[in-house]
Ligand binder design. Structure first.
Ligand SMILES: *[C@@H]1O[C@H](CO)[C@@H](O)[C@H](O)[C@H]1NC(C)=O
Ligand SMILES: *[C@@H]1O[C@H](CO)[C@@H](O)[C@H](O)[C@H]1NC(C)=O
Ligand SMILES: *[C@@H]1O[C@H](CO)[C@@H](O)[C@H](O)[C@H]1NC(C)=O
Length: 430
């Protein structure tokens, strides 16, 4: 079932990128990296990502000022007793905040119960959602019969900041138990929100995904704690689709699925200082399911710690797709007992029936792995299972040291891959 859901999701791709790239690579003539490396930096996408970081509007966005209009949900009838449905009160308060200049929607330190709700823009001006209390999802499944795709959704709200140290609780138990019957993508969703900040929040027990960023631009995510049990199905931490210029930093993510998944149409993603586990690791893909054409590029993961996850850094594509996953850098990563620390799978098949051999493939090229150390739970710490017709191109391993968790060395399994080594690399392909 999970396979099927994933399959439907595969229109999305996620990527991550990191800032402050320090490279010790000497570019030689035929090095495939010279395509995207220049003077020791990634050419195109670093330029673009620094644009995200220096975006002036962000400073103003997240700082409260005395001229802001405070709109407290309690003043619009919210009870905050954890039992009463506060959806109408939130809706009224949102409409007031959204139509005021520079407003703050205040969610104080109580426990608010919400049914599915959409906070729509465009709003008159900047808007801050200041959550110090807890927002909890209704656990009555019939509340979701109208819209099975969203719980909390921000739609077309520009210059939005959501923060405050509070908690968003998806109350997911009931969904996990019924996960075979469902095909929903319930999440805290940001759809077409440009210039967005999401920071200092705990997001837990998501019904399905925890956070979903779709078709947005210029996004800064930091200081999040995302938590669900390791055996909760399909509970991706942060899912990124068709989103550009996104930075994720200082976040701790442990769920039953991918910590971060970057799917179709995502570009310029930087992830720094990420702690991941339990879960399935950081994934680019899956891409190319149902013979789709999908692209992801400009991803940096710089500074991550994986503990007990099934994968570390993974790229996965289905046979029969087209498009590409390119210009990707994974660096400064610690692995602790990770089953597949480094993996590219161009033969990804997550469905009940076997996938048939197909000629076409989503191309994978220019992927750098740098400073990746620690332990693997399996013998094969490095796996490149690439396509026969479109081998993985420009794959660079630099300063890699992966030992077996139980002591002893590890192996690399390498099919159809064009590899380059730098520095000390262990394990090597046979
Ligand atoms: C769930 O919601 C439906 C429709 O609003 C209602 O009839 C039912 O009593 C609720 N169930 C519970 C357990 O509250
Ligand atoms: C390492 O991971 C494996 C597989 O997930 C697990 O069985 C084992 O108990 C873990 N070892 C430690 C020391 O945590
Ligand atoms: C690579 O993919 C092929 C085709 O799906 C599969 O048969 C094989 O087991 C995979 N190899 C590894 C090492 O995962």
């Amino acid at each position: 079932m999970m396979a099927l859901q994933k399959h439907h999701f595969s229109l999305f791709l996620i990527f991550m990128m990191s800032s402050s790239v320090i490279c010790h690579i000497t570019v030689v003539g035929e090095d495939p990296l010279s395509l995207f490396y220049e003077g020791g930096t990634f050419k195109g996408f670093i330029k673009q990502s620094t644009r995200v970081l220096s975006l002036k509007s962000f400073e103003k966005l997240s700082d409260l000022s005395s001229s802001d209009k405070m709109v407290n949900v309690n003043d619009y009838g919210a009870k905050g007793d954890g039992k009463t449905d506060d959806s109408q009160a939130f809706m009224k308060a949102w409409q007031v905040a959204c139509s005021s200049g520079n407003a703050v929607l205040v969610v104080p330190q109580k426990n608010y119960l919400l049914k599915p709700i959409t906070f729509s823009g465009p709003c008159k001006s900047n808007i801050i959602v200041q959550i110090t209390g807890t927002i909890e999802a209704s656990d009555n499944m019939s509340d979701y019969s109208k819209d099975r795709a969203h719980w909390l959704k921000f739609d077309s709200v520009d210059k939005l900041s959501v923060k405050g140290g509070g908690t968003i609780d998806g109350n997911g138990d009931i969904w996990w138990k019924n996960s075979c019957k469902n095909n929903e993508k319930l999440a805290l969703t940001f759809y077409q929100c440009n210039n967005l900040i999401v920071e200092d929040l705990t997001i837990k027990n998501g019904q399905q995904m925890h956070l979903s960023f779709q078709e947005s631009e210029n996004v800064e995510i930091s200081g999040l704690i995302v938590r669900a049990p390791g055996d909760s199905p399909n509970t991706d931490g942060i899912h990124i689709t068709n989103t550009q210029n996104i930075k994720i930093s200082r976040s701790i993510i442990g769920t039953g699925d991918d910590c971060i998944s970057i799917v179709s149409g995502s570009k310029n993603v930087i992830a720094t200082d990420i702690t991941c586990g339990p879960g399935h690791g950081i994934s680019i893909g899956s891409l190319g399911s149902g013979e789709s054409k999908e692209f992801v590029s400009g991803i940096i993961v710089n500074g991550a710690k994986f503990s007990g996850t099934t994968n570390g850094v993974r790229i996965k594509t289905w046979q029969g797709g087209s498009g590409s996953a390119s210009n990707i850098k994974f660096q400064n990563i610690q692995m602790h007992n990770v089953t597949n620390p480094i993996i590219i799978d161009q033969n990804y098949c997550d469905q009940k029936t076997p996938c048939k051999q197909q000629k076409s493939a989503v191309k994978v090229r220019n992927v750098m792995y740098q400073n990746i150390k620690g332990t693997s739970a399996s013998d094969e710490a490095v796996q490149f299972n690439c396509s026969e017709n479109f081998p993985c191109q420009g794959i660079v391993l630099q300063n890699i040291d992966l030992q077996h968790e139980d002591g002893g060395g590890t192996k690399a399994s390498c099919n159809n891959v064009k590899l380059f080594y730098r520095g000390d690399v262990n394990p090597h392909c046979p």
